[in-house]
Design a protein around this ligand. Structure first.
Ligand code: PLP
Length: 443
């Protein structure tokens, strides 16, 4: 069976481009979507797809052991296997957060650990697809000199790593002083050209769009307005369902900034539904930081009105975005999934992360935003106590050590750390140590 996919304009399905063309917008200026030949996909039954995906899951046969490429026919069939650039991303653990769920009063509470990935965030899922397509383009003789992106930190880390793995030069545009040290050092280590601009993410995005606007520049744009990223990221919803033995949870909660990820999540779930692997859909929740909440504001108007905003600093720096590129597709996703948008203040996101940490998770600030949204929905009775809830953890907590240290040192902006747990400094004397242990372990 020959599977096929292409870029399609939203407003005109007959306007099509090969995935290996350097093209980001339709003739009318809208974003392109990747469309698949669903007639071909329907040739396999739902049961056959499940069996195929199960047989590949977490094995080593190239490239199907990757969580993304194990679903190659659904993701990007146009890249030949030898041009796939993969570090076996995906297949991240979905764990039962038993103690946290008990404390929240929703025992069936799960966290999908997308940060347990090669570069420490879910951005690997999309980047493996984009860089593979570029490798295919270069193999086909296209004059691509480099791949570029603007980033709040994690996109550039992923681009740098996958570019380095493929031997393709990369250029990253970062807002100076607005990404964590761990995020900054990743593209540096991978040999990217790192451009630190005196602006915010939205400012970096404007510059990189201009630099890549002319297809003759030979600089290929890797931001999520490039729909190839969405194709890889959509596997997260498919994986969650697969990990529950093809059962659909009641809720999936995800933090949103540029809003590619919520759109991708929905796209994967809709494909599962369309091909008959599932027969109902979960409700989706997009969680935003109060300091960067343009989608939340639009939600309050029933999505009748959207206005970009100047995002303010937030500990959830990867979602400090005021003018999200994927606003339209996020809105249609939320409408399709009876979705909710919630927001979290700095205080709420920090306490939610700290709470999860004390039950054994290690939540990055963005995961804190999603957890804070879950807490609010549970308290409002919107999420009911017998329902199955999945929170998507988007990055590894260790990429945000400063956030943790600041919380426990009471120096996080706008936050009163209710559960700070600073180390106890003592002389190296047994008596002093015993006194503290007796004091603290009194229960
Ligand atoms: C990129 C990112 C997000 C937001 O994803 P969008 O697609 O921009 O909405 C959330 N959390 C982390 C850790 C990220 O890196």
């Amino acid at each position: 069976m020959n599977y096929h996919a292409w870029f399609a304009a939203q407003d005109n399905p007959n306007e099509r481009y090969p995935l290996t063309d350097v093209v980001y917008y339709s003739a009318s200026g809208g974003l392109l979507e990747v469309a698949h030949d669903t007639t071909a996909l329907h040739q396999r039954s739902a049961e056959e797809w499940k069996q195929l995906f199960e047989s590949r899951w977490m094995r080593t046969s190239w490239p199907y052991g990757s969580g993304v490429w194990g679903k190659k026919e659904w993701v990007c069939p146009v890249v030949s296997d030898e041009n796939v650039v993969s570090m076996f991303e995906g297949g991240t653990n979905l764990f039962w957060a038993e103690r946290l769920g008990q404390e929240l009063g929703v025992p069936d509470f799960w966290i999908k650990m997308c940060g347990n990935s090669h570069t420490g965030s879910f951005k690997d899922l999309g980047m493996t697809v984009l860089v593979s397509v570029v490798k295919q383009m270069i193999a086909d003789g296209k004059p691509i000199r480099a791949i570029a992106c603007a980033s709040t930190g994690d996109t550039s880390a992923a681009l740098a790593a996958y570019g380095a793995a493929a031997g393709i030069p990369t250029i990253v545009f970062l807002p100076k002083g607005k990404v964590s040290v761990a995020q900054l050092v990743q593209p540096i280590a991978h040999g990217s050209l790192v451009l630190s601009l005196d602006t915010d993410f939205d400012g970096c995005m404007r510059v990189v769009r201009e630099v890549t606007a002319n297809p003759d520049s030979g600089i290929y744009l890797a931001n999520s307005l490039n729909s190839l990223r969405i194709e890889g990221q959509k596997t997260v919803g498919i994986e969650i369902v697969q990990q529950f033995d093809w059962q659909v949870p009641d809720w999936i909660i995800i933090p949103g900034g540029n809003l590619g990820n919520i759109s991708a999540l929905g796209k994967g779930l809709l494909l599962l539904h369309d091909l008959g692997l599932i027969n109902r859909l979960p409700r989706l929740v997009c969680a935003q930081a109060e300091h960067a909440n343009p989608l939340y504001r639009a939600y309050l108007t029933g999505f009748r009105h959207f206005e970009p905003m100047q995002a303010r600093p937030t500990a959830a720096s990867a979602i400090q975005i005021g003018d999200p590129v994927s606003i339209n597709r996020a809105v249609s996703t939320l409408q399709r999934f009876n979705g909710i948008v919630e927001q979290a203040s700095e205080q709420e996101l920090a306490e939610a992360a700290a709470w999860a940490d004390r039950t054994g998770a290690y939540a990055c600030p963005h995961t804190g935003v999603a957890l804070a949204a879950a807490i609010k929905l549970i308290q409002r009775g919107e999420i009911q106590k017998n329902e199955r809830v999945v929170v998507i953890s988007t990055a590894h907590g260790l990429k945000f050590s400063r956030f943790k240290v600041d919380y426990h040192e009471h120096s996080l902006r706008e936050v009163v750390s209710e559960h700070a747990n600073p180390p106890v400094e003592l002389p190296a004397e047994v008596d002093a140590v015993r006194r503290v242990i007796e004091e603290r372990m009194k229960n």
